[in-house]
Structure formats: C-alpha cells, structure tokens
Design a protein around this ligand. Sequence first.
Ligand SMILES: Cc1cc2nc3c(=O)[nH]c(=O)nc-3n(C[C@H](O)[C@H](O)[C@H](O)COP(=O)(O)O)c2cc1C
Ligand code: SF4
Length: 519
Amino acid sequence: MSVRVFIPCDAGAVAVGAGEVAEALQGIATRRGLAVEIVRTGSRGLYWLEPMVEVQTARGRVAYGPVEAGDIDGLIDAGMLDGQAHALCLGVADEIPWLKRQTRLTFARCGVVDPRSLEDYRAHDGYKGFARALALGAEATIEEVLQSGLRGRGGAGFPTGIKWRTVAQTAADQKYIVCNADEGDSGTFADRMIMEGDPFVLIEGMTIAGIATGATKGYIYIRSEYPHAITAMEAAIVVARRSGLLGKRIAGSAFDFDLEVRSGAGAYVCGEETSLLESLEGRRGIVRAKPPLPAHKGLFGKPTVINNVLSFATVPIILEKGAAFYRDFGMGRSRGTMPIQLAGNVKHGGLFEVAFGVTLGELVDEIGGGTASGGPVRAVQVGGPLGAYFPRALFDTPFDYEAFAARDGLIGHGGIVVFDDTVDMAKQARFAMEFCALESCGKCTPCRIGSTRGVEVIDRIIANEKRSDNLVVLEDLCNTMKFGSLCALGGFTPYPVMSALTHFPEDFGGARPSLQAAE
Ligand SMILES: Cc1cc2nc3c(=O)[nH]c(=O)nc-3n(C[C@H](O)[C@H](O)[C@H](O)COP(=O)(O)O)c2cc1C
Ligand code: SF4
C-alpha cells in the first residue's frame, strides 16, 4: 500500500518551493521503488514552516518543515515515510501547539483535504450545512445565520443574516449572490487560502445564500493577483456542476443556482462593494452613492447579497452545527471565531483562527513570537491600510469589533502587520495618505484632493516647516476626510495617519501637546 504524503499547493508554500519538494519526492520515490501517493493540499497556515510536508502514519499525520527539495533523500533515509524522527520533524501535525491552540471552524479543512476532491470534502463533513439548509427552508436558514451572530468578515462587520433577510424580502425577477474575493488589505491572505485550500466550502456557503434569498446566480470576484485561487475555484465549480451541486435543480431540489468566477484588475477600491459591482458590470471601479443599498439594487440593478469569502465560508459550519454552537464562541457582539492573519516583521507569520476576545498582545508576542528581525515590536497595524497603528500600550485590546473601535482602530479583515523599532511612523503616516491618493476612485473631493494635500502637509511636517501650524492643518484635513468622504477609503485614511501622530509623536519631531489635548 502506498504511503500518503501531503504537500501544499497553496501559493504561499509554492513561492518557497513546495512544487520542487513534490517533484523531488516523486522522482526519488520512483528511483527507489517506494510506493508514495502525493496529495497536494492547501496550507495549514504555519507559513514560517512552509513547505510543510505531512506523512500519513498510524499515529496521525506527522509533519516535517520547512523542507527543501535537497532534504528529501535524507528525510527518507531517516524514515520520514514511517513518521520517524529527524531534525525537521515537527511531530503529529494536529499536536503542534500553534495549531492546537486554534479553534478552526472556518478553516477546519484547509491544509487537510485535497481541494480538488469533492469526495474528500464530503468525507470531512462537506455539504452537511447545505443539506440542513434544504431541510430548514429559506426563512429558517436566514434565522440560523442571524442567530449565529455572524458579522461580515470583509471589514465592516455588518450582520450577515440581516443582509440576507433584506435581499430575501425584496421582490425581484432576478437576484444575485456576489462574493468579494478582492482581498486588498495589506497583510491578509485568508480568502486566498480558503479558495486554494477548501474551494468547496465557498461554493457551499454561496449556494446556501442562494437558497435562502431566492438568488439563482452567483459571481466570485477574485483579484487577478490570485491566479492559483482563480484556477482552484474554477476547477471546483466544474466538479460541483458535474455532480449536480450547481446548475438546475441542485442536488435534486427545487432550487437552481450556478456560479461564475470573474477576475478584477487590481484596484484597492474595487474591494469596496459598490465599486466591485461597477467593475463586475464591466465599468471602471467607481464607488456608487448609497442608497440604494446593493441588497435592494445591486448587480445589474437587482437585489444582491455581497459578502466576503470568509463570511460565506463560515455559513456551512453554522448550518451544520447550529447557530448556538457558533455563537458560543467569542465576546460581546463579536461572536464565533476570526481567522487572524499575522504578517509583516513577525517571527511566526500565518493564519491563526481563534475565538474573538484574544488580546492583541497575545497575538503578537505569544502567537506571533515577536518580530522576525529579533528587534522589539514597536507598532502594529491592524485591519489593513485603513487600520490604526497601535503601540505596545494598547496591546491589552481584545480582538473584538467594538473594543478596537473604542480605541479608534478597526479589526477589518483580521490582518495584523508587525513593525520593529526601525519603523519611521512619520513615513508610515505619509504612506497612508499616498496610498489613498493612488487608490482613490476620484468620485469625491475630500478623498481625491485631500489625500494629495495630506502627503504635502506631512512632507512639510517631516521637513520641520512651520511644524505646529501644519500639524493643525493635518488634523483639520483628517477631519474633513473622515466626515466628508463618500466611502471608507477616504473616510478611514485618517485613522492610520492620526494614530501614528497620536501614539508616536516623537517621529514627527516631538510631542504634540495641542493635538493630544484636542483628542
Ligand atoms: C476601499 C475599500 C476596500 C474594501 N476591500 C474589501 C475587500 O478586499 N474584500 C472584502 O471582502 N471587503 C472589502 N471592503 C468591504 C466591502 O465594501 C463590503 O463591506 C464587504 O464586501 C461586505 O461583505 P461582508 O459583509 O461579508 O464583510 C472594502 C471596503 C472599502 C471601503
Ligand atoms: S472616498 Fe475616495 S474612493 Fe471613496 S468614493 Fe470618495 S474618492 Fe472614491
């Protein structure tokens, strides 16, 4: 019988040589006459250990990493195919403390199953949520999502069930389900991991949304920088369609639902839902004024559910295990788990899914292990390019939508980017404005003009030109952008800027008593 060896085909693992490792193992096994079956999976999310290779043994899957192609001969000599000890051996994968400490609900199968295999998906509880949704019917399915407390994982944290109910209650001849897989936030990769490692869970989640709201057609809008994810999703859609799980009368039910992948051309603002819809319709990605909400008048003017990949991918387990099971995790109004992404200058970068409530300090120091450079952590940016910079003094903040908002921050899509003590926060503040100027869709003045003026003002502050006057101008400009912008790109750019000024005044040429007193 052949030994099953699992090697990720996730883009992050492939980037550090997983493909070469698989090829080397195949070649060496053939040469030595060893019966080996290589299964390409997604990543478990321990990126500093990629390529991580797992071998099926009687004890469970034994992991080795990071493995290079040149290590394979030595690993086989040491008995890797029987799960024997080696300097690269990490023990039984499920027992690795970094994995064991997690609560993997959305990511339960990622890195475990073969993403191309519907049978493997089903063998790991796939389509159980869908079956329950069929049995419950539309209204009760929406109630279940509502009761679970699931909030949109794309950034705004809006209750998913309410969005679905609005679409369900809006009469129309055609409704749509749109998945936002633009994933533009810095330091985030959870959507990509799901699409590459467990694409059927997204298909299942979107199908449940279709049944619940009466939508018969769905689109997955994936950024063009994710070619592996596009391929994985397209392949899974073909398999699902062939198996009767997409198309007419899915799984023998009365429901029709089909899916298509569309790729975006790489604008941050195309992740904003209305801009995404414009792009999906074939136009330039410009933000639409709301109302009307997409739930009333969305894609092609029809009622549309638009949700992030993680929001849809969490629905199957909610339906399978029940709303109460999911709601039991978390704190306050942040229910369930959050797939947190640790990135930047961090020792243990990767995907860590955990119930809401864990503190920022635990995430950065204990789970992330501090910086990769070995220097002290000075700042972290949470929630993408529009998120605030937090200093150590705020590391007691629990990962919770409201707790972050109370400290002028946001958790966004769950990305944490770590910086050591070499970071220049004035440059980071300038970068936030520059990014906004570059990515602005141009529809509204505070963002289009304000961001360019913001770069100029910060340049003057850095150059010590009338510093105190310019600090007042910058704060005024930030307030104009915050309260006058049409969408969160212009509206939230002040957060990284002001947090850098507030928490790291020394990088702007000294303390800012006037500004601090005003806050
Ligand atoms: C500038 C900007 C960029 C955004 N980028 C993304 C993105 O890449 N992915 C995403 O899911 N949501 C993004 N959003 C949030 C979406 O507008 C929207 O809230 C989300 O897709 C709704 O899905 P959810 O409720 O499941 O989070 C962005 C918002 C703004 C203002
Ligand atoms: S805030 Fe910026 S990105 Fe948003 S609508 Fe206005 S110009 Fe466009």
